[in-house]
Design a protein. Structure first.
Length: 236
């Protein structure tokens, strides 16, 4: 029975991957049409000047941006497909499933928007404006800026999913609420280290912009895992 469940799970993952790739390609092609506008939006978010250093750099940057945007805009479809394929395997009720899908999408885009509107301008402003002088000017290439900003946006979107990741692990029995409580101090250390690696600046303010929400989401995740355990206790 366990072997059949594993095989069914792997089959479901394969279906999700194949269908997700189709959505990513479709979204990427559509995004390429507006890639110039999206690139300008990313640049305006921080208010700095960027430069293209080779003839083909802007074109290649728009292609990279279209690929990122394809993944970014396909996230709702990917999340829904993952739930749809796994709901029967793990007996997830439809109402709970739809709520989880909605919450996952909301958290991802909420984290991404938080990064675009607050973290990127603050972090880039600290790194660029904080060190400029008449003798020292920033000359940032389009490609480097694009890779930096899109990686930051995606990282924040994913880290905002912490509560649902813990909920999923708790539902599968991989983690327990008491284990999460006992390892809280190590989790805080891990959150600080991860935030220091993800955020672009060494100052405490920008580090806190990610570390504080991540810790709050960790605590929310513990509460969700406790709710799952309580529900399982009622329906063993």
């Amino acid at each position: 029975m366990e072997r059949e469940k594993i095989i069914a799970g792997l089959t479901g993952v394969r279906k999700v991957i194949l269908k997700s790739l189709a959505f990513i390609v479709a979204a990427g092609i559509a995004s390429f049409i507006y890639s110039k506008e999206m690139l300008l939006l990313l640049v305006k978010a921080t208010g700095i000047k960027v430069y293209y250093l080779t003839i083909q750099e802007v074109f290649l940057a728009t292609v990279q941006l279209a690929l990122f945007a394809g993944i970014f805009f396909a996230i709702p479809a990917i999340i829904y497909l993952a739930w749809h394929e796994m709901k029967g395997l793990y007996k997830i009720k439809s109402l709970y499933g739809y709520l989880l899908v909605f919450a996952a999408i909301l958290l991802f885009y909420g984290g991404s928007l938080f990064c675009l509107k607050i973290v990127l301008p603050s972090g880039v402003g600290f790194l660029v404006a904080g060190y400029e002088s008449p003798a020292l000017k920033a000359m940032i290439s389009v490609e480097r800026y694009l890779l930096f900003s899109t990686a930051m946006i995606f990282a924040f979107g994913v880290t905002f999913e912490v509560p649902l990741i813990l909920l999923a692990l708790g539902n599968l029995g991989i983690v327990k609420a008491n284990m999460l409580v006992k390892t809280r101090r190590y989790a805080i250390l891990g959150i600080v280290v991860a935030s220091a690696l993800i955020t672009p600046t060494p100052d405490v303010y920008n580090l806190g912009l990610l570390a504080v929400p991540m810790y709050v989401f960790y605590e929310v995740g513990i509460l969700l895992v406790k709710m799952v355990e309580k529900q399982k206790g009622k329906n063993p």
